[in-house]
Design a protein around this ligand. Structure first.
Ligand SMILES: [Zn+2]
Length: 304
C-alpha cells in the first residue's frame, strides 16, 4: 500500500442455502482474481427465507422484492423453503464451502442460527431464546469450522441488550451488529462491554436499487466516493446478490476500487488499524433507527 491508499472493510452476509452453495464460491473467485480478502458471516441453521412470502402485507415488502429483482435473486426453491418444502440447512449443510472460505484466507464469523426467526422475532424473544439462538449458531460454527468464532454479525443488524450481553460469554474479538459511523464500545446498563462493535457504515446494494441508485454501478460509484471520505468505512454485500445476478457489478467495483487506491480488507484488519491509532474507542449506547431503503428498524448508536 502507498500513503494515499485507503482501506474499506468488506463484509459478506450469507443468508440462504443457495447463497452459500453458489454465491459464496462465485465471490471467492471474484475476490481471488482481485487479491481481495473480506469477512464472511454465515447463517448456520435452517433457511426459512421462504416464509417471507407470507409477509406480503407488510408495508414496503413487495416493493422491496420488486426492486431487488426477487425472481432473479431467489430461486423458487428458496421462496418455498420452510413453507411447503422443508427448510434446508445453510452452513451446516455445506461445510466444505465454509472451510474453503477459511482456506482461501478470509475471515469467517457467525451470522445466525435461524436468520428469519431472529429478524422477525428478536423484539419478542425472551432472554433465554436469545441465548439459545446464539448458542446453537456458535455450536454449529464450531462443528463446521473446528474452532470457535471470533466474530458475530446479528441478522438484519438487529441486536438488543440481551444479545449484546450474552455475546460477551464467547470471547469475541469484535461484533458487527449494527449500522453506524465508526467502531465503538457498546454500553449496556451503564457499563461498556468488552466486545467492540464494527458497524456497517455504508448503504447496501438492495437498499439503493430503485431507491437512491436504480443501477448497481451508480450505487458502487457512490460507495467509492463515500469510502474515499470516511475514516472507517464498512460495506456489506450479500452472497445472494453480489455473488449472484450482480457478480459482474461486484467485479467492476473491485477494479474501480483498486484504481482509486481503495483496498477491501476483513473487518478485523480495519479494527486493528483503528486500535493502532492509540485513541480509545468511543462508548455508545445502542438504540434503533431506520436507514433509507430498508424496511423496519436496525440497531445503531444513539446520541444524547
Ligand atoms: Zn443477513
Amino acid at each position: 500500500m502507498t500513503a494515499g491508499d485507503r482501506s474499506l472493510g468488506l463484509r459478506i452476509d450469507v443468508d440462504t442455502h443457495d447463497g452459500m452453495k453458489t454465491g459464496v464460491p462465485t465471490l471467492l473467485e471474484v475476490f481471488a482474481a482481485h487479491g481481495v480478502k473480506g469477512t464472511f458471516f454465515l447463517s448456520m441453521g435452517p433457511d426459512r427465507a421462504g416464509l417471507a412470502v407470507f409477509n406480503v402485507f407488510r408495508p414496503g415488502f413487495l416493493a422491496k422484492m420488486r426492486r431487488t429483482k426477487a425472481a432473479r435473486v431467489y430461486s423458487l426453491r428458496t421462496v418455498l423453503s420452510g413453507t411447503i418444502l422443508p427448510a434446508r440447512m445453510i452452513g451446516l449443510a455445506l461445510p466444505e464451502i465454509a472451510r474453503r472460505i477459511v482456506a482461501e484466507g478470509h475471515e469467517v464469523g457467525v451470522h445466525a442460527w435461524d436468520h428469519r426467526r431472529w429478524q422477525d422475532g428478536l423484539e419478542s424473544f425472551s432472554d433465554a431464546q436469545v441465548a439459545r439462538e446464539l448458542a446453537r449458531a456458535y455450536e454449529a460454527f464450531v462443528e463446521v469450522i473446528g474452532a470457535p468464532p471470533k466474530t458475530f454479525a446479528a441478522p438484519a443488524w438487529l441486536a438488543n441488550d440481551a444479545s449484546l450481553s450474552f455475546q460477551e460469554n464467547f470471547g469475541l474479538h469484535y461484533a458487527s451488529d449494527c449500522r453506524g459511523e465508526e467502531p465503538f464500545l457498546p454500553v449496556v446498563g451503564g457499563a461498556a462491554l468488552a466486545t467492540p462493535q464494527v458497524p456497517t457504515t455504508l448503504p447496501t446494494l438492495d437498499e439503493a436499487l430503485g431507491e437512491t441508485h436504480p443501477l448497481a454501478r451508480a450505487f458502487f460509484t457512490s460507495v467509492l466516493v463515500a469510502a474515499g471520505k470516511a475514516r472507517w468505512p464498512v460495506l456489506t454485500v450479500h452472497a445472494e446478490l453480489e455473488g449472484g445476478p450482480y457478480a459482474d457489478d461486484m467485479r467492476w467495483f473491485l477494479e474501480q476500487a483498486a484504481e482509486a487506491g481503495i483496498h477491501a480488507v476483513p473487518l478485523n484488519e480495519l479494527l486493528t488499524a483503528r486500535c493502532a491509532t492509540g485513541k480509545p474507542l468511543p462508548r455508545r449506547t445502542m438504540g434503533h433507527g431506520t436507514v433509507p431503503g430498508r424496511h423496519g428498524k436496525v440497531s445503531m448508536p444513539v446520541f444524547g
